[in-house]
Design a protein around this ligand. Structure first.
Ligand code: GLU
Length: 436
């Protein structure tokens, strides 16, 4: 395969890719690369519109928690681009999340929504707090405090949040309740938030959608390559909403799960792990901490064990310039957002490892969020079979688009995915016209 030289547009600032890579640097480097590929198609003065977020807001939340004291938390909302529709993207709750991370993740949502073909722009929120250290009642108070403080940003036609790392379905239910309460209606007209409990207008299958989508993307890409999923050896990094569901779906398709980990424990057995035992332990205890169902391994080693498919489904910047040369997978399916750095991408490309990029691989979540948004707008309830068949069809179509483009242009799948996504957003911007 032809080696692609990375080059950057001369009129736009380039972002260094080096040892201290951040989600923001990596997102900008990926965009620079797409803009270089679109060099003749997008005038340089328009490129700035794609690079900079439309709005970046920092909020201060100061709820009174169960200890009777006022606690102060920082929160962020970024609306990156709304050319294709209202901004869509989850709320990340983490003690380390920064405004730049949220900006990068909002930008990724712009490309993801465009690529998977839903009428949304890209947005994201962050709350700087450790969800594992908050009592459930305090987390509820914090989510309600965020909803109240961010109220003017959250609207079906402006920004529609969803779960992301550190937040879940229950939290989305509290957001819906807090909004209905402030509007004075029992329910809301239109979808203010997705990923809610089904009883509150959520959609069946949303919780599993991202992980199922990862498995569908893997199946489709292997099929195109003439590789078989039954019997393939899989390592999954991350055992939360994405990783555990992807592991189960891949195992159901006949793959053998030989490695899994979460933040607390890592397990590896080349003959296959007892997945059901690990899943039920995690369901019961909230994590794999203390689980003795399988042989353990050091976290750093797990990623480097030989396998057919490696699914990074934990957090960003896991496959980097320092470990990419030791990865022994044939495929990398990005369940997480931004798990592979641009430097690692170049090493993986040289080594012939196929990366199914995040904006395609984990887009099943936002696709099913879109189904939830449309069903709620029409006050309907979509059955699970319909959700799953639409998810499957869409993942297959968009995998075909990305991998056909990659094959025809001799690009990596990430380059092809970014090219298609950025081009769609650019076309929407152009169709809107250049007036302020
Ligand atoms: N947080 C998820 C993501 O990064 C889902 C976003 C959504 O459904 O709006 O894709």
């Amino acid at each position: 395969m032809k080696r692609i030289e990375y080059r950057h547009l001369p009129t736009t600032r380039t972002h260094p890719v080096g040892a201290n890579e951040s989600l923001y640097d990596n997102a900008m480097a990926n965009l620079d690369r797409a803009l270089a590929l679109l060099d003749r198609e997008i005038p340089h003065d328009w490129a700035a519109k794609l690079r900079t977020p439309k709005e970046r807001t920092e909020l201060r939340l100061s709820p009174q928690l169960s200890d009777g004291r006022i606690h102060t938390f920082r929160a962020f909302i970024v609306k990156h681009n709304d050319a294709l529709g209202p901004c869509k993207g989850g709320i990340r709750m983490s003690p380390t999340v920064t405004l730049d991370d949220v900006t990068a993740l909002a930008m990724e949502m712009t490309w993801k929504c465009a690529l998977i073909g839903v009428p949304f722009g890209g947005g994201k929120s962050g709350i700087v707090a450790d969800p594992t250290r908050l009592k459930p009642d305090d987390k509820q108070v914090l989510i309600r405090s965020f909803t109240r403080t961010a109220h003017r940003h959250i609207h079906p036609l402006v920004y529609v949040p969803a779960p992301d790392m550190g937040t879940n379905e229950t939290d989305m239910g509290y957001i819906k309740d807090a909004i209905s309460y402030s509007l004075g209606y029992a329910t809301t007209q239109g979808s203010y938030v997705t990923g809610k409990p089904v009883i509150l207008g959520g959609i069946p299958g949303r919780r599993e959608a991202t992980g199922r989508g990862v498995a569908l993307a893997v199946a489709e890409v292997l099929r195109r390559r003439g590789d078989s999923l039954p019997g393939a050896h899989v390592i999954v990094q991350g055992f939360g909403n994405v990783g555990s569901v992807a592991a189960r779906a891949l195992a159901e398709a006949g793959a053998s799960i030989i490695g899994v980990c979460d933040a607390y424990a890592a397990f590896y057995d080349a003959r296959g792990l007892p997945l059901e035992a690990l899943l039920s332990y995690a369901a019961q205890h909230g994590s794999l901490k203390g689980c003795r169902a399988a042989p353990t391994v050091a976290h750093a080693q797990l990623l480097e064990k030989p396998c057919d498919i490696l699914v990074p489904a934990a957090t960003g910047n896991q496959i980097t310039g320092s470990n990419a040369s030791r990865i022994k997978a044939r495929y990398i399916a990005e369940g997480a957002n931004g798990p592979t750095t641009p430097q690692a991408d170049r090493i993986l490309q040289r080594r012939g490892i196929e990366v199914i990029p995040d904006i395609l691989c984990n887009a099943g979540g936002v696709f099913v969020s879109y189904l939830e948004y449309t069903q709620e707008t029409q006050a309907e309830q979509m059955p699970l079979e319909e959700v799953m068949s639409r998810l499957e069809r869409r993942m297959r179509e968009r995998c075909a688009l990305v991998f056909d483009t990659a094959r025809d242009r001799r690009w990596t799948a990430r380059e092809a995915a970014m090219y298609c996504a950025v081009k769609a957003v650019w076309q929407a911007l152009q169709a809107r016209g250049a007036l302020p």
